[in-house]
Design a protein around this ligand. Structure first.
Ligand code: ZN
Ligand code: ZN
Length: 277
């Protein structure tokens, strides 16, 4: 199906390192990365532009825009975002999406990973204040740092990977501002933890491409949806926790209902509206 065919990977930040090998070895296809392709038109990590669509739509849109621009029938794109974890205090959440689009077969697959395994962090510092703890906690220098001055909120330097470069950028920032901010650089080529997540996601995508719908033979079977409510283990009323995972065909109505991945069939009463109002 993909044997000998070219797939356009609309990406920058050298994310192809995480994607190319597994795709090519599995399918005998060729992953092509456009030269000097600017995905900044879709928004970047440094807050310079706001994103304007849901991440899932965006990651398909990104692939399609590039496929049109470079005349490809097959395309892929990635989309990552980082923020505070909605459920775990003091933890960060990394959401990464990978899309695959096959226009001639009308196949659009999006795989998503959400994880708290990320070094995403930022902290403000005043002059002479030590930032050594920040650096060691957030994996510098294997993971790069961004320096920002807080007076006008400008990035002084990004992709910093050495102590010398860091100190130069910090000094420059303090000439402009009394406070500076250090941020982890989340671009994949500067962040091995993120690169690993993209690699894992590629394996998820490969599984999806290999899954064929039992009813209509469309490939890409297994779009996930959650359904139902787990009963409370004490009073048996519905809780907010979902009960099942539904794997769906991307084309027809065929679906398979499965238990939760954690095999939970009852919810702790702490999730129950009645037992723990
Ligand atoms: Zn209950
Ligand atoms: Zn189907």
């Amino acid at each position: 199906m993909l044997q000998g065919r070219e797939i356009l990977l609309a990406t920058m930040h050298r994310k192809e390192f995480a994607i190319k090998q597994a795709m090519e070895e599995t399918f005998g296809c060729k992953i092509v990365v456009p030269k000097n392709y600017d995905t900044d038109q879709f928004g970047t990590f440094c807050g310079e532009k706001e994103r304007f669509m849901s991440a899932k739509k965006m990651v398909v849109h990104k692939a399609k825009v590039a496929m049109e621009q470079f005349s490809y029938e097959l395309g892929m794109a990635t989309e990552g975002s980082f923020g505070p974890h909605p459920l775990m205090p003091f933890a960060a959440l990394h959401e990464e999406l990978l899309s695959f689009v096959d226009v001639s077969n009308q196949v659009e697959i999006v795989v998503i990973k959400r994880t708290n395994k990320t070094n995403y962090a930022m902290a403000e510092f005043s002059y002479k204040q030590s930032f050594d703890d920040f650096l060691s906690t957030y994996l510098f220098p294997s993971h790069a740092i961004i320096v920002r001055e807080m007076a006008t909120n400008q990035v002084i330097a990004k992709g910093i990977q050495t102590r010398t470069d860091l100190e130069m950028a910090v000094e420059k920032a303090f000439k402009i501002s009394k406070k500076i901010r250090l941020e982890t650089d989340m671009r994949a080529m500067f962040n091995p933890t993120r690169m690993q997540i993209i690699q894992d996601l590629t394996l998820d995508l490969i599984k999806r491409i290999q899954s064929i719908c039992a009813k209509c033979n469309t490939y890409g079977f297994g779009e996930m949806q959650v359904a139902g409510n787990l009963p409370c283990s004490s009073c048996h009323s519905d809780t907010q926790l979902f009960k099942n995972i539904i794997e769906k065909c991307i084309r027809c109505d065929y679906q398979v209902i499965k238990p939760r991945a954690d095999n939970l069939y009852q919810a702790d009463p702490s999730y129950c509206h009645y037992c723990n109002p």
